[in-house]
Structures are given as structure tokens and as C-alpha cells.
Design a protein around this ligand. Structure first.
Ligand code: PMP
Length: 412
């Protein structure tokens, strides 16, 4: 891909607009990504032509919608290289998927005194489900330290994961520090102690090739809206053997085999975990988003974003008074970049950038324990996707400098 004249950007109509009289530069992709016109068309097309409930009807529309719903599952299976399509469970998103693991696998397998191991950089959705499970079960929640660059520290992982550990759950890519954690190595450590490995893939699956068989993770959670798809749809991947042994967490239509007055038997995978009418359009359109990403190629997306980071990170580090969190070496940093400017609250910085048309996020990024660990209360965060360009990076850098001057002098 040509970084100056990005051929994908024109597919995203929302990017072609003015914000505060400036061209929009959208750098809040870690929160949610924009959608290409084809994916928007696919959503409209489904509702215009094929809409019907899945699995329950013999009429043509029901068959069409069921076929597309299950085809999307197979596309997602291939996308993460899962062995079987019934290992792909549709959920509302990453948060929902992680909660299902805690409420099903966790509730079934954790007893008093067991250990659950996570890290200091986890998003609240990969922290609170385990914290609450530990409270309910009188289990011990342990945190792996971060190394100087902000990576989950392997040496400490070896110390924290013991024969008492039943679940290890780690973010593949941090939504604050932009590090790619060594989840494959941590999975090996977890398995050597008989624990299962959960990977929060919310920030990795949209940006790089992720192969669940290569990682040998037991579970993987990710969200459709962070990878060009609609909100309200996400994926729980789990190894078939584990999912088969796990109890369902939601009860109702679709997830049953036979319902008797006083007992019920469960449907097969994956439907056992998909109670009620699912987000049919969301799932189908996520399949189309996966087609779009696959056409570009996840390795190409990863390489392209790395090129952007190589370009922008040194420029950011050059701004006097600006601190970047996580690795300072672009080779170790992904396209999620958190920073603070001396003497300026990140909300003021983000507001100043918005005046220049630049959309970034400011706050604790749903990672309050990480903020405490870093000794700060909040950061500004610019997060790139493959439709961003070096020009966007330049506008970000120039706008930070302009905002700094504005707050210093009272003028832009
Ligand atoms: N984990 C990480 C690392 C994230 O970045 C996010 C989204 N910010 C989530 C989990 C939660 O995703 P969702 O809100 O789509 O459920």
C-alpha cells in the first residue's frame, strides 16, 4: 500500500467531512473503526432483501438469512484459523465474550484457593469478570508485572503462574501502551501448569494476523466494531472440547434441544451459547467486513500500520514536554499511542485537537489499574488504522504543537 496516496481511504465516506472547519482526521480507531461503503451497503442490502429470523423457518427468506449467518461464521473461523466453525460463538462483543468465559468456564472450574492470573495492563472487561469470579469463589486474583517498556513480563509470568492457577487471561495488544504481549509464550506456561489461556484480542484481531492454533490459546475474544463491522456483534472463540464441557450461561430459545417441564437438554455448539434471536445482521455484516480485511491482507495491514508508527512516533517524541507511554522504540510499538503533554490535562489536549479536526480519545481508557500503575490519572490516545496516512500523522503532530502554543499563549 502506498502510504501517501492511500487507496483504501476513499472507501470510507465518513472520513470525507469537515469538523470545526478542518478536514476530519479520525484517530480513535482503538475505540471503534469506521465502516467502508461496501459494508454499509451490505447491511442495508440484508434488511432490504433477506431479513428473516434464523434457524426457525423453512421459508426462503429464513433459509437465505440462515445461510448467510452460518457462512459468516465460517469466514470468521478461517480468519482466525480455528479448527472448527462450531468453535465460533456470536456474542455482543469482547466484553460479553469474556463475561461468558468467566460465568461458564470460571463458574464450573474455579474453587476456593484457586488462582486466576491477569496483568496490570488489562482493560476493565478483562479484569472485572475475573475479579468478581475470584470474590464469589474465594479464589486468588494475581497480577503479572509489566517490564520497562510496558510489555507483560514473561519472567514474572513464570513466577505468578503456578500449579494452583486455573485461568490466565491477557490482552494480546494493549489498548493503552500499544504493546504486543507474548501470549503464545504465556499460553505455554499456563498449559505447563494445567491452566487455560484466555486472550483478549480486541486490539489485535483487527490489526494483525491472529492464528488461534498457532497461539494455542484456549479462548479468544474480539469485537466486530473495531474491525469495520457493526456494533453489538463480537466473537468468542473456544476450543471445541472446552466449549462442549461448559454449561450455557443464558437460557431461552435456540440454545435448547428438548425442554421438559422440569429439565432441559442443550443444543449443540455453537448454538448452546446463543440464546434468543441473535444479532443476525451484525453477524452477517461482520462476515463481509472480514472479506474486506482479508482482501487487503492482515499482514499488509500490520506492515502498513508499522510504517505509520515508524513515521509518527519519533515526531511525537520530539515534541518538548510530550511523554509517550509504552515502548519508545517504534519497532516495539503498535498503532495505539498514548501520550500526555506537560501542564495540560489530556481532556484539554483532546479538545484542542478536536478544534483542528483531529479525533483522539482522552481518559483512563477503561484501564484504571494501569493508570494507577503508571502513576497518572489519564492520557490522550491516538490510534491509527489502515485508512490513516502519513499526512494524518503530520496533522496530529502539528495540531499537538498548535494546542500547546494555544494554551501557553492564549492563541493558535
Ligand atoms: N479489551 C480491549 C483491549 C479493548 O480495547 C476493548 C475496547 N476498548 C475491550 C476489551 C472491550 O471491547 P468492547 O467494548 O467492544 O466489548
Amino acid at each position: 500500500m502506498d502510504n501517501k496516496n492511500n487507496q483504501w481511504r476513499q472507501d470510507f465516506p465518513i472520513l470525507d467531512q469537515k469538523v470545526n472547519d478542518e478536514n476530519l482526521v479520525y484517530l480513535d480507531n482503538a475505540a471503534t473503526t469506521q465502516k467502508p461503503q461496501t459494508v454499509i451497503d451490505d447491511l442495508v442490502n440484508f434488511y432490504q432483501n433477506d431479513n428473516a429470523n434464523v434457524h426457525r423457518g423453512v421459508h426462503t427468506l429464513a433459509e437465505r438469512s440462515t445461510e448467510q449467518f452460518e457462512t459468516a461464521r465460517e469466514k470468521i473461523q478461517k480468519f482466525i484459523n480455528a479448527e472448527h466453525s462450531d468453535e465460533i460463538i456470536y456474542t455482543k462483543g469482547t466484553t460479553d465474550a469474556l463475561n461468558i468465559i468467566a460465568r461458564s468456564y470460571g463458574a464450573e472450574n474455579i474453587v476456593a484457593g484457586d488462582e486466576i492470573v491477569i496483568s496490570y495492563l488489562e482493560h476493565h472487561s478483562n479484569l472485572i469478570p475475573w475479579q468478581q469470579l475470584a470474590i464469589q469463589k474465594h479464589a486468588v486474583l494475581k497480577y503479572i508485572e509489566l517490564d520497562d517498556d510496558g510489555f507483560v513480563d514473561l519472567a514474572d509470568a513464570k513466577k505468578k503462574i503456578t500449579d494452583k492457577t486455573k485461568i490466565v487471561s491477557i490482552a494480546h495488544v494493549s489498548n493503552v501502551l500499544g504493546v504486543i504481549n507474548p501470549v503464545k509464550e504465556i499460553a505455554q506456561i499456563a498449559h505447563s501448569h494445567g491452566a487455560v489461556m484466555v486472550v483478549d484480542g480486541a486490539q489485535s484481531v483487527p490489526h494483525m494476523p491472529v492464528d488461534v492454533q498457532d497461539l494455542d490459546c484456549d479462548f479468544l475474544a474480539f469485537s466486530g466494531h473495531k474491525m469495520l463491522g457493526p456494533t453489538g456483534i463480537g466473537i468468542l472463540y473456544g476450543k471445541e472440547k472446552l466449549l462442549n464441557a461448559m454449561p450455557p450461561v443464558d437460557f431461552g430459545g435456540e440454545m435448547i434441544n428438548f425442554v421438559h417441564l422440569y429439565e432441559t437438554s442443550w443444543n449443540d455448539l455453537p448454538w448452546k451459547f446463543e440464546a434468543g434471536t441473535p444479532n443476525i445482521a451484525g453477524a452477517i455484516v461482520l462476515g463481509y467486513a472480514v472479506d474486506y480485511l482479508s482482501k487487503i491482507g492482515m499482514q499488509n495491514i500490520f506492515d502498513y500500520e508499522n510504517e505509520l508508527v515508524d513515521y509518527v512516533l519519533p515526531k511525537l517524541l520530539n515534541i518538548e514536554g510530550l511523554t509517550v507511554y509504552g515502548p519508545q522504540d517504534p519497532a516495539k510499538h503498535t498503532s495505539v499511542i498514548s501520550f500526555n503533554l506537560d501542564g495540560l490535562h489530556p481532556h484539554d489536549l483532546a479538545t484542542g485537537l478536536d478544534m483542528e479536526g483531529v479525533a483522539v480519545r482522552a481518559g483512563h481508557h477503561c484501564a484504571q489499574p494501569l493508570m494507577t500503575y503508571l502513576g497518572i490519572s489519564a492520557t490522550a490516545r491516538a490510534s491509527f488504522y489502515f485508512y490513516n496516512t502519513k499526512e494524518d500523522a503530520d496533522i496530529l503532530v502539528n495540531s499537538i504543537v498548535a494546542t500547546k502554543e494555544f494554551f501557553k499563549n492564549g492563541t493558535v
